[in-house]
Write a protein that binds this ligand. Structure first.
Ligand code: UD1
Length: 417
């Protein structure tokens, strides 16, 4: 059983390059199915989630190769339309393959994606969008069967700006004749990255990054070539690591403009953060300050994925702050583990009240990806030694968290018991 051994309580100093964005790479890999031939995706992070997406492509007959961070997906021998149950259960983003399979084959089949550690995660908005484009979607004994002899573009609106439903609608709409206009679309930068890849395939897509996305579908697409942007949640993780432990760090290739609410909150907490030409710089020398109330929301609001990371910083600081979580109904489970390090956090419904105080090292267990990263951040700030178990959750979204944090000057090692 592997764990991270962390020696905390001392300031960080160093520089690290931020790897490509998981949440861009996953829809882009699904989009590769839309054309026949070999697409090339650069800066594709090597994570268990991206490996899962590559496995889905392989199971559909595609030839997949990885050389470093460049992935080639050749769809020439593609066949079938079913996403394997095991991968659908492991990774919720597998649902993105339904949109591209529908567009390409007029059929898609998968088991119902399981719930996850963040609470219930329905896919009704994805299904309603497919139906609006003319697909039939049947749920038979826990299996979803999607079928469309012909998809037709139309004007539709999401009741909530879901990231996944926006991406799935874009993918399906590429195979729909005519123009699809999607209102109340999610505006996350990863959606703009998907648009960039689709355009590299010859798709006519515009509006990503705004609430209205327009897709002219039914055009023959060719293989694409694209470089995935730097991961903004990994960036937030390293910013929060330096904020919590103190010291100074440079995040190479990171873009702070996509993380404005996180950067603003860390400044309020007493950090200096500067965007430099090809890097983001952070420094904290003075004690952390409370930040009032932070509310998560769809982009450009404070990202829910950075919520646990900030909570770890505030728990190691001083004074009282509040975090209100509006996206997922059970995203405070990690606070139970933070309490083992001495954190003073009380959760009531969707709000957590955090009173900063010195933390101490402890043995803790990650139960989800960003909750696990929060435990690592807290361990860096805590006096003494910590052990963080449950690394399979962290490996879903961080290529080599231990080596990256060590480059920032942290005392952390991946260890086998
Ligand atoms: C994506 C990100 C995830 C991030 C989340 C919110 C990927 C692979 N994952 O997840 O890291 O935390 O955005 O920024 O990009 N909902 C429904 N019905 C649906 C779809 C969503 O009710 O059909 C609800 C969800 O339960 C949740 C909210 O909408 O409460 C937001 O979910 P959504 O934006 O869809 O998140 P994901 O795409 O799953």
């Amino acid at each position: 059983m592997e764990y991270y051994a962390v020696r905390g309580g001392h300031p960080l100093e160093g520089a690290v390059a931020v790897h490509g964005a998981k949440n861009s790479a996953l829809p882009i890999l699904a989009a590769a199915l839309l054309a026949e031939g070999e697409s090339v995706i650069h800066n594709c992070p090597d994570l268990t989630d991206t490996a899962g997406a590559l496995e889905i492509l392989t199971s559909l007959g595609c030839r997949v190769t990885r050389e470093g961070r460049t992935v080639r997906v050749d769809t020439t021998c593609r066949q079938g339309w079913a996403v394997p149950d095991r991968l659908m259960g492991q990774m919720r983003a597998s649902v993105l393959f339904l949109g591209s399979l529908l567009a390409r084959s007029g059929r898609a089949e998968a088991c119902w994606p399981g719930g996850c550690a963040l609470g219930s995660r329905p896919i009704d908005l994805h299904i309603r969008a497919f139906q609006a484009l003319g697909a039939q979607v049947l749920d038979r004994e826990g299996r979803l069967f999607c079928r469309a002899d012909r998809l037709r573009g139309r004007h539709l609106a999401l009741p909530f700006p879901s990231v996944g439903a926006t991406e799935n609608t874009m993918l399906a709409a590429c195979g729909a004749e005519g123009v699809t206009i999607l209102d109340n679309a999610a505006r996350e930068p990863e959606i703009t990255d998907l648009q960039g890849f689709l355009r590299s395939m010859g798709a006519e897509v515009s509006g990503a990054g705004t609430s209205q996305i327009r897709i002219r579908g039914g055009l023959p697409l060719h293989p694409g070539s694209y470089t995935v942007m730097a991961d903004r949640i990994v960036t937030a993780t390293y910013l929060c690591a330096v904020a919590a432990a103190g010291g100074e760090g440079e995040l190479l290739g990171a873009d702070g403009t996509m993380l404005a609410p996180v950067v603003d909150t860390l400044r309020l907490a007493g950090c200096q953060v500067e965007q430099r030409p090809d890097r983001l710089w952070i420094c904290r020398k003075d004690p952390l300050q409370p930040v009032g109330t932070v509310i998560t929301g769809p982009y450009p609001a404070f990202p829910t994925d950075a919520q646990p990371l900030l909570a770890a910083v505030l728990a190691a600081g001083q004074g009282e702050s509040r975090i209100v979580e509006t996206i997922f109904d059970q995203r405070f489970r990690y606070t139970q583990e933070l309490k083992k390090m001495g954190a003073a956090i009380s959760v009531e419904g969707s709000a957590a009240r955090i009173t900063g105080r010195p933390l101490r090292g402890a043995q803790v267990e990650a139960a989800d990806l960003r909750g696990g990263a929060a435990l690592v951040i807290a361990a860096l700030a805590a006096a003494g030694d910590s052990r963080i178990h449950g690394l399979e959750h962290l490996d879903r979204g961080y290529e080599s968290l231990d080596q990256d944090l060590a480059a920032l000057g942290a005392g952390i090692q991946r260890t086998t018991r």
